[in-house]
Write a protein that binds this ligand. Sequence first.
Ligand code: G6P
Length: 372
Amino acid sequence: SASEKGGWSSFMAKEISEEPDAVANTMRARHHDGQVVIPELEALGDDVLAGIDRITIIACGTAAYAGQVGSYAIEQWARVPVQVELSHEFRYRDPVITPKTLVISISQSGETMDTLMAVKFAREAGATVISVCNTQGATIPRESDAVIYTHAGPEVAVASTKAFVAQITALYLFGLHLARVRGTLSVPEQARQLDELAAIPAKLSKVLESHDSIAQLAKWMADTRAVLFLGRHVGFPIAMEGALKLKELAYIHAEGFAAGELKHGPIALIEPGQPVFVVVPSPRGSDEMHKKVVSNIQEIRARGARVIAIAEQGDAAVLPFADEVIPIPLAAPLFEPLLAVIPLQIFAMELSSAKGLDVDQPRNLAKSVTVE
Ligand code: G6P
């Protein structure tokens, strides 16, 4: 009903507006004096986390892209190899699992059958399983050794939004918890990363202010047949998530690519008028990576692509080549995905509604898929 939507046109619009709170609430009570301590992991024992030699993240759909973003931060901070796999692929390929394997499952609903079966399989094979879940008391958390709940609040719209940013937040907290236990980050460095995360909710509110201009863009593009998304490093899973959203909500063929892969194939798809969203990494992170993405933009622009850049506020290098720039506030490179995904969620939602489709209940999809 309208009152359940709190005055918003859809649950999805309401849930997007709740993203700053989803991040803030997921952080709450999980840090003290610049260090992350996740109370739910205490029962597991620090010795277990100190002893693991590999992490496999398993999930489906949007949760898997959150996992991919998280894998960059966990590996960088805790110096443990992290691999991300779709639950149904992991389960049926005879993976190497030892008592030193940590499996992290991610599921908003906690009921996704593919992920549940993979969790049971991993535990039977001897792994320790931690689940990141948004639903108190769901089946996947009950089958796991420990749970890190995301506190995004109930998510009703089929397409996941606030749970996604909460999942990344939970994984980043886990990465800092693990780095503390394993002693891989100095105390000031842990505090610095935590400060970056704590600054995200206010920056998210800033990104939400671009809603109307993104809605305008979506209206202009209502007849679009195909959209490509490019990203690099943590921007790569964001590109894939942007494409997934557009498929789910607007039934438009969309694909996300690693920007570095462009020359190995996808550039053949570029013809005049082809819309391409590019998630541009901050020039303050890796100048080299930034330059490479700007040169990707030039390459596709030269072939007639219509470039919509999601770039750091004030990034002058993209302006001459982009048809549209959606600015995001300054953030340390690992934290940019939390901001860059928002315009893509809004774009898919607005394009769906411009086409007169049901934003909250796309055809053929279910909020939680309880069959394998
Ligand atoms: C379904 C939904 C997706 C979701 C995926 C995983 O396919 O349509 O939006 O990302 O399941 O759901 P989960 O509850 O496990 O996060």
